[in-house]
Design a protein around this ligand. Structure first.
Ligand SMILES: [Mg+2]
Length: 263
């Protein structure tokens, strides 16, 4: 078996973006990437200066986007960016176009099923397990009660079986999402369409789809950079796909700062 080993970020690896900025896409995840992981997901926030940095990048690069599993409304509260920065919530099920939020109509049909699962979660979850309502998706967190991991896994599997929702693992959480063909991969393909260089910065399993999208773009001749934000929790399967790693959200911020330094 050949293991791919990610390397540290060098100026050389960023040069293709800086040489043709108008034809380059800079795309990033939010939690664990722009924002440090915190015990209460409601208190998550981007590092200071992130919004300004993204605005600077948007003035330089053809596409600058944040693609997250969080709702668009959440991203808008945490990132006070101008319209040049594209925000995609719920993996791309929610997008901001000219200031308005638009939702995928197929996913929208699952809203009632998702809220029923959230209500059952509130009623049945043991202490320390929390239910995060995201509108078209719902996440069950056990960071507050790590011993409850098996309970959350079993419960979320039952909910997926009984509703037809799909279930995805997250960082100390399980998420239930509508069974529609939208993920970070389809969203990245859409955002980076026609670009000559594209990168994605991520830290979790949901970002694997974005990396697979970059692999697809690479096969079409695009220069790509798959960046993993290192932490003790980073899944091995994501690290195996990385071209480079950066040390924590601070490392991601530093990479974006370097990208903003275009002569
Ligand atoms: Mg993340």
């Amino acid at each position: 078996m050949v293991l791919r080993v990610a390397v540290a970020l060098t100026a050389e690896l960023l040069r293709p973006f800086q040489e043709k900025p108008a034809q380059s896409a800079v795309i990033t995840d939010f939690d664990g990437t722009l924002a440090p992981i915190v015990d209460n997901p409601e208190l998550s926030d981007a590092l200071p200066g992130t919004s300004e940095l993204l605005d600077r990048l948007a003035a330089i690069y053809g596409c600058v986007a944040v693609v997250s599993g969080r709702p668009l409304s959440f991203l808008r509260k945490r990132l006070a960016c101008g319209p040049g920065v594209k925000l995609r919530g719920l993996y791309g099920m929610e997008s901001s176009r000219e200031g308005d939020a638009t939702e995928d109509t197929e996913a929208e049909q699952w809203r009632d099923a998702v809220s029923a699962v959230a209500a059952r979660g509130d009623a049945e979850a043991p202490p320390g397990v929390s239910v995060e309502r995201k509108g078209l998706t719902v996440t069950i967190h056990y960071r507050g009660a790590p011993d409850m991991a098996p309970w959350v896994e079993r419960w979320s599997a039952d909910q997926a079986d009984s509703t037809g929702l799909l279930r995805h693992p997250g960082r100390m959480s399980w998420e239930l999402v509508p069974p529609v063909p939208i993920d970070k991969g389809t969203t990245v393909l859409d955002l980076a369409h026609g670009c000559r260089a594209a990168c994605f910065i991520g830290d979790d399993r949901g970002d694997l789809a974005a990396f697979q999208a970059l692999d697809e773009l690479a096969r079409r001749g695009t220069y790509v950079l798959k960046v993993v934000v290192e932490s003790e929790e980073v899944p091995a399967e994501l690290l195996l796909e990385a071209d480079v790693t950066v040390p924590g959200p601070e490392g991601a911020f530093e990479m974006l700062t370097k990208l903003a330094e275009v002569a």
